[in-house]
Design a protein around this ligand. Structure first.
Ligand code: IFM
Length: 475
């Protein structure tokens, strides 16, 4: 029986977008007074990224942004989420802004607006100015204060024309991959510092939100993008349920708790007590973090399957966050990670749209009344041009169809999801994996930097134009 129209059409104002981040696409790392970020330092350190690849050139978006905006317009995209490079705007992470740096983003915003594409700005997508890391980085409180200053600078410069703002992208990765497992910049492996970093990222979000509000029109929307995990226990055994609780606290509660409810979960404090005493949480911090938000950004790729650990088991854990002898989960020595069954993407991440539906419904209950945006979702595949130069990626189309159907179902089930940003607009620097993992809807030939929309880009553009999901073969 054909589905009734209302269950396949998205709301007319639904934002169909694509996302990127500065270090992954811009290149031009030494232009306009930009200084190194922690990712420049990390990627230039031997052994830290696949093949020693760096974001020096990336996909040269800094010089090709007009072409990229034209491509988005041609595809039919309605919104574009990008991040600002902090060291391009405020090279040492403190003091006055460099106008050349801000001018790049002013031009990008002008170009987007004149193409009818809504810009959405992420202030921090992992490229901390190196000087701030040299002063201690996110484990130090001062970094949060510096972030608020930077947020104010960017808000003053662009707040009149950009309505959608995101303070931080996936602070979990900044804290626990950056300071715990060390697979991300700055590559530190200090469990206690990773929890301090998490708190100061929370504080940065709160202070940054207040700073933005102090300089921007009230109509603007301020959100945060969290890679909120869907944590599932392998069984209902109390030990497995306890393992799932611990990982849920370390993945979700550590950020959602203070940001949405003004508290750290008691179970999180208990699970991490052998690692930290949380004494760096000062009076008034939780109030500062717990700012009213206008929306919540959810980034989703795959669920996390856990059990209680076999005390005899040793060796690296398959938690999907890169390989390191160090765990990104402080205090969770009693937890084992398992591969969720099912088809996987090129990252080895299991494809499971039901997780996205579950996530949306969870935050619909946990933050009633708060509009939700899917600020990242997508898949890496080993895409290659055919002899005619076209790139066919039916797997990505099926992935997008499955996940967008889950979003649509959640809307039918009462969730207020206002938009979806595909990760990513184009192939780019996938952090420690270098250029080997292609997440783009647009193929980039890394030798010539030529852009070619994959078949998924055309499919997604058609969805954006029509507000419905075009049919997919075999689905
Ligand atoms: O490429 C990243 C992005 O920078 C943050 N979220 C996950 C993506 C895929 O790994």
């Amino acid at each position: 029986m054909p589905e009734p129209e209302s269950s396949v059409s998205f709301p007319p104002a639904f934002l169909w977008g694509a996302a990127t981040s500065a270090y992954q696409i811009e290149g031009a790392v030494r232009e306009g007074g930009r200084t190194p970020s922690i990712w420049d330092t990390f990627s230039h350190t031997p052994g830290k990224t696949a093949g020693g690849e760096t974001g020096d050139i990336a996909v040269d978006h800094y010089h090709r942004f007009r072409e990229d905006v034209a491509l988005m317009a041609e595809l039919g995209l309605k919104a574009y989420r990008f991040s600002i490079s902090w060291p391009r705007v405020q090279p040492t992470g403190r003091g006055p802004a460099v106008q050349v740096g801000l001018d790049f983003y002013r031009r990008l915003v002008d170009e987007l607006l004149s193409a009818g594409i809504k810009p959405a700005i992420t202030l921090y997508h992992w490229d901390l100015p190196q000087e701030l890391e040299d002063a201690g980085g996110w484990p130090e409180r001062d970094t949060a204060l510096r972030f608020a200053e930077y947020a104010q600078i960017v808000g003053e410069a662009l707040g009149d024309r950009v309505e959608h703002w995101i303070t931080l992208n996936e602070p979990w990765c900044s804290a626990f991959l950056g300071y715990g497992s060390g697979v991300h910049a700055p590559g530190r492996t200090e469990p206690a510092a990773s929890l301090r970093a998490a708190h100061h990222l929370n504080l940065a979000h709160g202070l940054g939100t207040s700073a933005l509000r102090s300089v921007m029109p009230a109509r603007n929307s301020i959100a945060v993008s969290l890679n909120s995990s869907v944590v599932r226990p392998v069984s209902q055994d109390p030990a497995d349920l306890a393992a799932a609780r611990t990982i849920d606290d370390l993945a979700n509660g550590v950020f959602h708790g203070p940001m949405l409810h003004g508290v750290y979960p008691q179970t999180l404090l208990a699970a991490t007590k052998s690692v930290t005493d949380w004494s760096y949480v000062q009076d008034g911090d939780l109030r500062a973090i717990h700012q009213p938000l206008d929306a919540l950004g959810l980034n989703y790729y795959t669920p996390t399957l856990v059990s209680a650990a076999d005390p005899e088991a040793k060796g690296p854990r398959a938690d999907g966050h890169g390989s390191s002898a160090h765990s990104p989960w402080p205090g969770a020595d009693n937890v084992a990670f398992h591969q969720t069954p099912g088809e996987r993407t090129e990252m080895g991440w299991t494809i499971d749209p039901s997780g996205l539906h579950e996530l949306i419904m969870r935050y619909t209950r946990e933050a009633p009344g708060l509009p939700l945006y899917i600020t990242e979702n997508g898949a890496a595949y080993d895409d290659k041009p055919d002899p005619d130069g076209r790139v066919h990626d039916p797997e990505r189309i099926a992935y997008l169809h499955g996940h967008l159907s889950a979003v649509r179902q959640a809307i039918t089930d009462g969730a207020d999801v206002r938009g979806y940003y595909l990760w990513s607009l184009m192939d780019n620097f996938e952090w420690a994996y270098g250029y080997g993992k292609r997440f783009g809807a647009v193929y980039v030939d890394y030798a010539t930097l030529e852009r070619t929309p994959k078949s998924s880009a055309l499919w997604y553009g058609e969805a954006a134009r029509s507000g419905t999901l075009p049919p997919v073969e075999g689905v």
